[in-house]
Design a protein around this ligand. Structure first.
Ligand code: SF4
Length: 344
């Protein structure tokens, strides 16, 4: 039986030490290898201070990057969207968003998604599998290789529900944050969930200083379950209880994502319900004018209505901002690029 190939991205110092001691290499070689793995470089051949014999053996017996770029789309605003292929041929999406003071990579945590939110292109693709920590981290490395520098921020907001792939999520956060890994500050990492209550509670108990973002999108159970099936399993009362517990455990402010859909959740009464629901929770509301997907029913509200909704929340005492749309000309919403690719 053939031994499965070892994948370098996703390994920590101890695992690399074990691998190189199996190869009969001295301990310091593992430190050299570790520095290259997360630097990153395109291939094992570029790891110039490793002896040629070791590079050859690694190239034969291990895989460095578990993801490869299939296509990149460049937006007029500088946003880049990658379609990446995994070793089993599955496709995922990653987005790089440059800003004045920082740069953010939006990464996927699963191939497809089980959650079936009606406004999301990924939801309509169905679920295939969770990503390994290496596949999650490699999305950041691929973007870094493409743009020539490490991003300052990472958001788990691409394809998939990160809390539905809990162990690999935690492992990947550890690598992104580790000084030997990508050394990205915990406060620069955001995990976005559609409201998986047991996962939120578990994550809160980890006590990490990351930012939790929760896709709420409606402030009553009936409306929410019409667009997000998860709301039937975890109604708002349970979700809010978990969020209060999360803040108590982590002392971190939660980001509430609210996608505004014309005529559905953007009225005066919706704003009032949202204000009442969030009263007393340490949070910031992000309003996102919905990005309509092909075949979807949701429409984007007029910008005057978005501003009106923002003001209603402000008057109700909430902290709120409107998220600027990025990469609209390249279908940067999650799942859109892969969907188009499969239609070709
Ligand atoms: S919005 Fe997120 S949780 Fe919902 S279907 Fe899309 S990827 Fe899954």
């Amino acid at each position: 039986m053939m031994t499965p190939m070892r994948v370098l991205v996703g390994q920590g110092p101890e695992e690399l030490k074990r691998l190189l001691s199996e190869f009969g290499e001295p301990g310091y070689r593992a430190d050299q290898l570790l520095k290259w793995v997360y630097r990153p470089v395109p291939s094992i051949d570029d790891m110039s201070n490793l002896p040629a014999g070791l590079r050859d053996r690694l190239s034969r017996e291990a895989v460095y990057h578990p993801c490869s770029v299939v296509t990149v789309r460049h937006s007029r605003d500088g946003t880049r969207k990658y379609l990446l292929a995994l070793a089993d041929g599955e496709l995922i999406e990653t987005v790089f968003i440059p800003e004045t003071q920082r740069s953010t990579v939006c990464i996927s945590s699963q191939v497809g998604c089980k959650m079936g939110c009606s406004f999301c292109a990924t939801g309509s693709l169905g679920f295939v599998r969770g990503l390994t920590a290496g596949e999650i981290v490699d999305q950041v490395l691929q973007a870094a290789l493409d743009v020539g520098s490490r991003p300052s921020n990472v958001v788990y907001m691409g394809m998939g529900e990160p809390l539905d792939n809990y162990d690999e999520l935690i492992r990947s956060i550890g690598i992104l944050n580790a000084p030997w890994g990508l050394n990205i500050g915990m406060r620069q990492i955001t995990v976005s969930t559609c409201g998986v209550v047991p996962g939120i509670r578990k994550l809160g108990r980890e006590g990490l200083a990351l930012t939790l973002a929760v896709s709420l999108h409606a402030a009553d159970d009936d409306k929410r379950s019409r667009i997000m099936p998860i709301a039937r399993a975890y109604p708002l009362a349970r979700l809010m209880e978990a969020l209060h517990e999360y803040v108590a455990n982590t002392k971190r402010r939660i980001t509430i994502e609210y996608a505004l859909m014309a005529g559905f959740n953007d009225g005066r009464q919706d704003a009032q319900r949202l204000t009442d629901l969030l009263k007393g929770l340490l949070c910031h509301v992000n309003l996102i004018p919905v990005n309509p997907i092909p075949g979807g029913l949701q429409q984007k509200p007029e910008s005057s209505q978005v501003v009106r909704f923002e003001n209603w929340l402000r008057q109700g005492g909430l902290e709120v901002s409107i998220r600027r749309e990025r990469g609209a000309d390249i279908e940067a919403a999650c799942g859109q690029l892969r969907g188009q690719w499969e239609e070709i």
